[in-house]
Design a protein around this ligand. Structure first.
Ligand code: ANZ
Ligand code: ZN
Length: 821
């Protein structure tokens, strides 16, 4: 049998499709597994990152299908987004045409890899039917106050002509085009993800063993919970006279109430209303006003990396406990949208406050002393624990205790409260782009903001648009935005913002879980989603560790509360795959180090590409492309095919009856290796993800089979290896199964035969006075005396003529002899 992958692969791919081999069963009494690789953006062609992602997912799907689970393994397309519009601008192609042509092309590329996707559940998020249900959810969320419209300063990217979420701003620049982001006041739609901040944080606990800890930490930091004290600073009488009545006081938040006696100034964010009032009414010198205006122009992100900078506002507040006068500054390190946009500054114990105090010569008052005591000349803030000093009645108390005591004191006297703050902000979902899902609202002069009537959904995109890269094509379209108010019927204007594409990827897994026969009637079917959710295994890139996963987790919780699913956490287990590199760098067109998946499939076949992908590195690690390793993978597969011819039909029919005890050493060894690989396969798919070691074990088993001569052992070993390897090299495995084992499917959970692991002998180390000298082999049932006498014979040259004063046998491990002298 010559190995001709093209023929075998085409044959089985056709067979699988014609036989609906990978459609999930509607029988919800069966145990299920939902295996999902993150769906692709249809950029044009698949790349090696996709290949890795989908080969991993496919291995899981095939493994669990083989183990008799009802498996859902779907694929679709995350097909809205900017590249389609960029292509339209550059190549004068309609975004829709470009997108759907790419999908057709990429679907074929994926097919050629032999991926076991459901054929019936595929969709693109730009399909009008998907938009329809998404718009319905958006309206429901609006009704439940989970979505609202407000005007705020937003990150604006001029070249992309769109608002960016904070998460899409990287070091002050647009994540897509790398242009510096501007701050702009604009109305937009926000999803109230902060309402779920505590839930999103709490439920990370349940994922602790099943998600990479790094991802959990990133989520936790992003949510950013902190506990502390919120209190009000009262302005002094003199300062109040300078301002409008509304500014008699302001709130601050501190996580370190224990340092409250160390306050030496208070700082406001450049956007704080008091600062704005001073600017608007020109109540400071021109020099100061200009400095403030300059600060306001810089985005908060950029301020974070700049030197500390500020201006004295010539105002004073009173210390809440001592009544001392405290100067008020505006400072670039104070965030306007966090904890009241103002701080109590304690330079002795906060590094930012310290740097600022140094810059402007403000006092530094130490109020906590650690092991080093009072620090003469502070060179940096002391942020450690310690006892309070100079803190009136709290002096000498441990600072951890003082935190609680001081909060209690504030609460008792009603001038402050314990407060929990989150870094997480509500999610701005408005984009001023064409190729997205229209936000289904209407602006009416009389009724204000009105959601579209459900029966009018979807609000679809107009096809006749001109995409120039300037402005929002929906806004400049001559007729699209003109409509009737759903409430009063008068002329009104349709919302021209479209939804962030992260909205589509936040519920696609619930859509897949809905039986496609119901797709016309509902967005998510509750009982279907209750059966299939949660996703048992999710696989994707670490770049989605924060945003996509957080939004998807939020949507699941929100849709749960809206009654669409009983799932609370969408992804039970998460595998984040490493990048595919070549010559040490990420494959990219600009570096010219791209290896095209199609060419590898063409040259070696899909099975080789798949085997290489899973063998070359553990899935979470970076994978360095290596031509000779691809070659090696091919040679292994070819060998595996060739040796199939040594399996006799007679042996296939009777290997079930192998009498293990009658086998010789090599035969036993071969069987043990085969079953070790089988055991490993269960571990790998359920726990460790170490596919590379599974493949290595299978190769070892092959070698062990070759050095023995028992036909039955050979046939059994071959049968098991074919099963183990099916998730990895499915085409050849199905071919072999069909030829040798007369099977046209892989639904056979092979049982481990424990007898093969029973060892004929056990190796024990012999140590003399704790030092290893030699090894002995004993039978598993050897007595202590037998073991000791073996050990003494073997270690004769070290113990001869010496007195043995102690003999220790540690079962299955070692023998220690303690000798004198
Ligand atoms: C005084 C203090 C003393 C602070 C000290 C820290 C250490 P989290 O919640 O972990 O970020 N802070 C409060 N609001 C702020 C704002 N809008 N912009 C910038 N900083 C702000 O930390 C909260 C701490 O960050 C608060 O506790 C406050 O400084 C500062 F030894 O108050 B702290
Ligand atoms: Zn109206």
């Amino acid at each position: 049998m010559e190995y001709i992958p093209k023929e075998i692969e085409a044959k089985w791919q056709k067979y699988w499709i014609e036989n609906d081999s990978f459609e999930p069963d509607d029988d919800y009494k069966k145990e299920k597994k939902y295996i999902l690789s993150m769906f692709p953006y249809p950029s044009g062609r698949i790349h090696m990152g996709h290949v890795r992602n989908y080969c991993l997912g496919d291995a899981f799907a095939r493994f669990f299908r083989k183990a008799n689970f009802n498996v859902l393994h779907p694929i679709g397309w995350d097909s809205f987004g900017m590249p389609a519009e960029n292509a339209a601008i550059k190549h004068k192609l309609h975004p829709k045409k470009w997108t759907y042509e790419n999908i057709d092309y990429m679907r074929d590329e994926l097919k050629a890899l032999g991926l076991s996707f459901s054929q019936t559940r595929e969709f693109a998020t730009s399909d009008e039917l998907y938009t329809k249900w998404e718009q319905e959810f958006i309206i429901k969320m609006y009704e439940e106050k989970l979505l609202y419209r407000k005007s705020t300063t937003v990150n604006w990217c001029e070249p992309c002509h769109t608002v960016l979420a904070n998460e899409q701003v990287e070091e002050g620049c647009c994540w897509r085009c790398d242009t510096p982001v501007e701050q702009k006041e604009m109305p937009g739609y926000y999803v109230a993800i902060t309402k779920y901040a505590q839930d999103l944080l709490d439920d990370l606990k349940g994922l602790e063993n099943d998600w990479p800890s790094q991802v959990l930490t990133m989520q936790e930091n992003w949510i950013g919970r902190s506990e502390g004290l919120e209190f009000t600073f009262e302005l002094t009488k003199e300062s109040r006279y300078k301002l409008d009545k509304q500014f008699a006081s302001y709130k601050v938040f501190t996580t370190r109430p224990d340092t409250i006696y160390g306050i030496s100034y208070s700082a406001l964010a450049p956007e704080h209303p008091i600062v704005q009032y001073l600017v608007d009414n020109k109540l400071l010198s021109d020099k100061k006003l200009n400095a403030i205006k300059a600060m306001q122009k810089v985005s908060e992100r950029d301020r974070a990396t700049m030197p500390k900078e500020g201006v004295s506002l010539e105002l004073e507040v009173m210390h809440p406990l001592t009544g001392e006068r405290i100067p008020v500054w505006v400072a670039n390190f104070v965030l306007s949208s966090y904890g009241g946009g103002a701080v109590m500054a304690v330079p002795a114990h906060d590094q930012r406050d310290f740097e600022f105090a140094r810059e402007y010569d403000l006092p530094i008052k130490q109020v906590i002393v650690g092991p080093d005591g009072l620090i003469e000349k502070m060179t940096e803030a002391y942020t450690g624990e310690g006892d309070l000093i100079n803190s009136e009645s709290f002096t000498n108390i441990k600072n951890t205790k003082a935190k609680k005591a001081i909060i209690y004191h504030f609460e008792q006297n009603s001038f402050g409260t314990k407060q929990i703050n989150f870094k997480l902000r509500d999610w701005g979902v408005s984009r001023q782009r064409y190729w997205g899902a229209p936000i289904p609202f209407v602006h009416c002069d009389d009724c204000g903001l009105v959601p579209e009537k459900t029966k009018n959904l979807p609000i679809a995109l107009p096809e006749d648009v001109e995409i120039t890269g300037e402005g929002n094509p929906l806004d400049t379209h001559p007729t699209w935005k003109h409509c009737k108010c759903p409430e009063c019927g008068k002329d009104a204007i349709r919302e021209t913002d479209t939804l962030d594409t992260f909205v589509q990827s936040s519920w696609y897994f619930l859509r897949y879980a809905t039986n496609p026969k119901k797709w016309n009637k509902e967005g998510i079917n509750e009982s279907d989603s209750n059966y299939w959710m949660d996703v048992d295994q999710y696989i994707g890139g670490i770049e989605h560790a924060i945003l996509h996963l957080l939004y998807a987790r939020f949507f699941t919780k929100a849709l749960n509360d809206l009654g669409y699913t009983n799932s609370k956490e969408p992804f039970k287990r998460l595998l984040t795959q490493g990048m595919v590199l070549k010559d040490g760098a990420k494959m990219s067109k600009s570096k010219g180090n791209v290896v095209d998946p199609d060419s590898i499939v063409e040259k070696y076949g899909a099975d080789t590409a798949r085997l290489f992908m899973l063998f070359a590195a553990p899935p979470t690690k970076e994978l360095e492309w290596n031509d000779s390793a691809v070659d090696g993978a091919f040679r292994f597969i070819r060998k595996f095919n060739e040796r199939a011819s040594h399996v006799t039909q007679e042996a296939v029919n009777s290997f079930e009856n192998i009498d293990h005890s009658s086998l010789d050493k090599k035969e036993k060894e071969a069987r043990r290796k085969v079953y070790e690989a089988l055991q490993k396969s269960n571990d790998v798919f359920n726990k460790t993800y170490a596919f590379n070691t599974l493949i290595a074990s299978s190769m070892e088993a092959m070698n062990a089979l070759q050095v023995q001569e028992n036909d039955l052992v050979w046939a059994e070993g071959y049968y098991i290896l074919t099963n183990i390897l099916e998730p990895i090299i499915p085409h050849l495995s199905w071919e072999i199964a069909d030829n040798l084992f007369k099977r046209k499917n892989f639904k056979n959970n092979i049982k481990i035969k424990e007898e093969v692991f029973a060892l004929d002998s056990i190796a024990l180390a012999v140590t003399i006075n704790g030092k290893k000298r030699c090894e002995i082999e004993v039978t598993p049932d050897a007595s202590k005396d037998e073991i000791l006498s073996e050990a003494k014979i073997a270690s004769k040259k070290w113990i001869e003529g010496k007195e043995i004063i102690k003999e220790i046998v540690v079962p299955n491990k070692l023998v220690n002899l303690v000798i004198k002298g």
